[in-house]
Write a protein that binds this ligand. Structure first.
Ligand code: PRP
Length: 215
C-alpha cells in the first residue's frame, strides 16, 4: 500500500492556482509539474505526493481511494455527482459561472428547444426545473459552434470573461451555478488517515483565511 498522502490535481488553471496555495501550506512539488510529462510528483512534504489527472477523473480517483484528496471544479461535482466524497473547502480559485447562452437576440419559441453541452445532467435538471422541454445534445467541446451550425438552439457552458461567447455571436442568458474549485476527500480515508488529511485541510484553510496578505 502506498503510505503517502496522495492529492489529485488537474493541469491548466486549477494547477496554476492550486500550486501557490499548496506551497503556502508547505507542499511544493520537487520538479516543475507544468512542463513535465510525469504524472506523479514527490513534494517538499515527504509524506505527500501529487498526481496529475483529468478534471473529470479526479472524483473517480478520490471516490475509489486511489487518491486521498483532490482539487476539482464544482461544475464537475455537479455534473458527475459527489457520492463518497467530502467537500471540506471551497478554495475560491478558478472561479467562473455555469450558464445558458444563446445567439444574440435569441427569442425562445416556447416549443421544444435543443441544448448542446458537455454538462448534460446539469442541463437536464436545469430545464426540467423550469418546465422547459429540452433535447440535450452531448458535445465534448466548442459548444459555441452548435447554434451557429444549427445543431442546437442554446448551449450550457462555463463562462469566465464572456469573450468566447462574444467572439461567436452569442450572449449569456441565465446563470445556473457559480463555480469554483473545491478540495474533496475520500470518506473512508478521512477516517483511516484522519491526522495527515486534517492537517492538510487545516493548513489550506489557514492559507485561505490569511488571503493575499500572506502570499
Ligand atoms: C471554457 C468554456 C468556454 C471558455 C469560456 O473552456 O468552455 O469555451 O472557457 O471562457 P471565457 O468566458 O473567458 O471566454 P476552457 O478553456 O476551460 O476549455 P474546455 O473547452 O476544455 O472546457
Amino acid at each position: 500500500m502506498n503510505e503517502k498522502l496522495t492529492i489529485a490535481l488537474t493541469k491548466g488553471r486549477i494547477l496554476k492556482e492550486t500550486l501557490p496555495l499548496l506551497a503556502r501550506a508547505g507542499i511544493e512539488p520537487l520538479e516543475d509539474v507544468s512542463s513535465s510529462r510525469k504524472l506523479v510528483f514527490d513534494t517538499t512534504s515527504s509524506d505527500v505526493q501529487l498526481v496529475i489527472i483529468r478534471g473529470t477523473d479526479v472524483p473517480t480517483y478520490v471516490r475509489h481511494g486511489a487518491a486521498d484528496m483532490g482539487v476539482v471544479g464544482k461544475d464537475i461535482l455537479l455534473e458527475h455527482g459527489a457520492e463518497g466524497l467530502y467537500e471540506p473547502l471551497d478554495l475560491g480559485i478558478a472561479c467562473c459561472r455555469l450558464m445558458t447562452a444563446g445567439p444574440v437576440g435569441w427569442q425562445g419559441t416556447g416549443a421544444r428547444i435543443r441544448v448542446a453541452t458537455k454538462f448534460v445532467n446539469i442541463a437536464r435538471r436545469h430545464f426540467a426545473r423550469r418546465g422547459v422541454h429540452a433535447e440535450v445534445i452531448k458535445l465534448y467541446g466548442a459548444m459555441e459552434l452548435a447554434p451557429m451550425m444549427n445543431l442546437a438552439d442554446l448551449i450550457v457552458d462555463i463562462v469566465d470573461t464572456g469573450n468566447t461567447l462574444r467572439a461567436n455571436g452569442m450572449e449569456p442568458l441565465e446563470e445556473i451555478a457559480s463555480i469554483s474549485s473545491r478540495l474533496v476527500v475520500n470518506k473512508a480515508a478521512m477516517r483511516s488517515r484522519y491526522r495527515p488529511i486534517q492537517r492538510v485541510i487545516d493548513d489550506l484553510a489557514q492559507v485561505l483565511e490569511n488571503g493575499d496578505a500572506a502570499a
